[in-house]
Structure formats: C-alpha cells, structure tokens
Design a protein. Sequence first.
Length: 392
Amino acid sequence: MPLHSAEELRIMRYWYAATVIGKMVMVSVLLSLTEGKATTTYKEDLLAYYALKPNKKIPEGLYKNDFNDGERKMLEDPSISPENFDVTLIDKLLRRLQPLTGFAHYYDKVWTEDEPPGNNASIEYSIYKVKTNRNNACHPAFDLSESKLERGLREMENLYIKLVEEVMTKKGKPARIISTKIDQIKKEFLNLKTPIHEALTDRDVEVYIKQKRESLKMLQEEVRDKCQFHLKKLYKETYETNPLDWLDIPLQIDRVNNFTEVVIEEENNLPNTNERKFEYTEMLNIKTKDLKTPRILKITAIGGNGKTTYTRLFVCKWSKDQSSLPGLDEVDILLFVELRNVSESSFDDLLRNQLGNVMMDIGLTFQNLKDIIMTLKVLVILDGQDETANND
C-alpha cells in the first residue's frame, strides 16, 4: 500500500541520503585509497597489514577476530566488488588498511572525536560521521520534521562533498574527476530536495521497506558482535583467579576448573506439590509448572555456599565457550553486575558503563543502541543482592 504520510516521505528521503548516497561515497573513498593495490583480494591486504603488528596472534587469527563469517566471504571473493560491501565493512577496511590509506590507527581517538571541529575535521572523523548517519537513520523509531530534513540533507551533502574532495585530492586525482564525482553527489541531493507530489507506488514502498529491514539487520548484527567482543574482553579477568595470591605467585586458574558442582532446589510454597531439584547446568532451560519460561530466577543460600562462584561460572562459560552450557549459546549479550560494588542506579546506567565504548565505536545515539539491544537476547546476572544496603 503506498505511503501517504508527509512524515513517512521525509523519513524515506533522509534514509536514502544517509544509506544509499552514503554508501556510494564510502565506496568511492575505498576505491580511491586502495587503487592499484598489488594483491587480488582485500583479505590478502589485511593479512599483510596484520603481519606488521607486534602481536603474538597470527595474522589469520586477527583477521577472523575483526571480520565475521559473512564479511570474510565477501573479502575473499575477487568477483564481489566493493559496491556490494556494507558501510560497516567499508569502515572496517578503511580503519585497518593503514599502509594503503595512510589513516590513523584503528583505536586512535581521531576516528570518533570532532577535533578540530567543523569544516576542519579530519578525514577519519568524516568517515565516522557517514557511518553514524547511516546507523541512526536505520533505526525504526527515527523521525524528523521538514526543517530537520532540510538541515540534515544540507549537512550530509556538505559532508560527502568535503570527504570525497579531500580523499581524491590526497590521492592526486585530476580536478575533472573530482568535479565529476562532486556533481554526481549534488545531483543525488537535488533530486531528494525536490518536493514529492505523487504518491509512491507499491513497488517503491516494497523496495524501501526491504532495504531498510536489511540495513537494520546488519546493524543489529554489528551491535551484537561489538557488544560480545567488548564484554568478553571485559570479563576475562572475572574468570581467572590466583589461589595463591598471598604468596605473590603468578598462578592463574580458570574458574571453570575451580567450581564445585551444586544441585539447586526449587523453593515451593504451593500446597500439594513437590519441590523440584535441578542440576546447575539446567538453569537456562528451567520451565515453570505450567511450562512457561521464567523471566527472573532468584537463587538463595546461606553465605559461603557458592552463589558468587556460580554466577561467575556463567560469565566464564559465556566468555569462552557459549556451547558449554545448555541455553547459553542463545544468549546474545550477558551483563554481569556485582551489587555489592554497584555504582549504577538504573539499566540505562548499566548500559552506559559497560557498553559506552560500543556506542561510540559504532556511531549510535544511546537510545538507538539501547533499543537495538532490547531486540536481542540479553541475560542479566545480579550477584550479591543479600549484601546490598537496599535489597529492593
């Protein structure tokens, strides 16, 4: 059914500028900076780059850490052109192919900080802004007024022209080629700025919805992968313990090998029903008596019976091998909170403290990041409720 709402038309035009034109610009930047490379696939370029890094891991391992299965398939197939790459994949390549691009290190703050601000911002930050615009435009709750649309289109057009001009000039492209690319960008935006008087066809709407759904799916996957990488790195210290720290001996033991198996007994106050017992491995697959999956499980025991060790076991296994416990492989994000040391007062605070770097790295507003996380399967483990001042 055609779209009739003026607001929906504005959203569609902004989305097109942020995603379709933005991707066109990113492809131009990638091709300009990597033109004339000696190797046949981007994988070979990346492995050559990783080999230069002073890291104990082999280049192949670093490559697999940085790119998921779908991305690696595209990078390893010489028949797939960059025009088919997603903005996220292009951004990853540009950040890592330093020998070809001459950009700052992947973790350098120049990628995410507007310094110097305004028109003097670095090329790296301009690339980051293209990705940020795409990510936030993909969010289903995105809306904007006519004035915001006009301002947004104007800002994106200026951003794209500035980025293309700077990159092509850096690579010594002839002025006529640069001018042709800039004219192409201006023509795309001129079409978007022209008022739409006719109703969109069913086909127009179908293509728009399909592309937006695909973009959002890729963004969800990126959020999931980035959150997992950050949290598993953060939790690494949680599942390593030194049983002889008082002797100052650097002995690290995995908590999985320092865990006494327990049996968990259901607390049941219902008359004429029997209490059930569960193995510690069954917690994520427990069903209520009416076969429903509980949203909250509370484990109680006297002090010293191993509640804290048990919560850390989940963190350890999720971080190292999600298939090691039934149901754990379905958990997209695990958030672990020690209530005895907690500084957060809300779920929003928890996300900001544990995943603030992810929000900055991906280029999302906090609300958009939170909304995407809430579409994923999230397990929150709270340890030490009995040790807090306020059990509520």
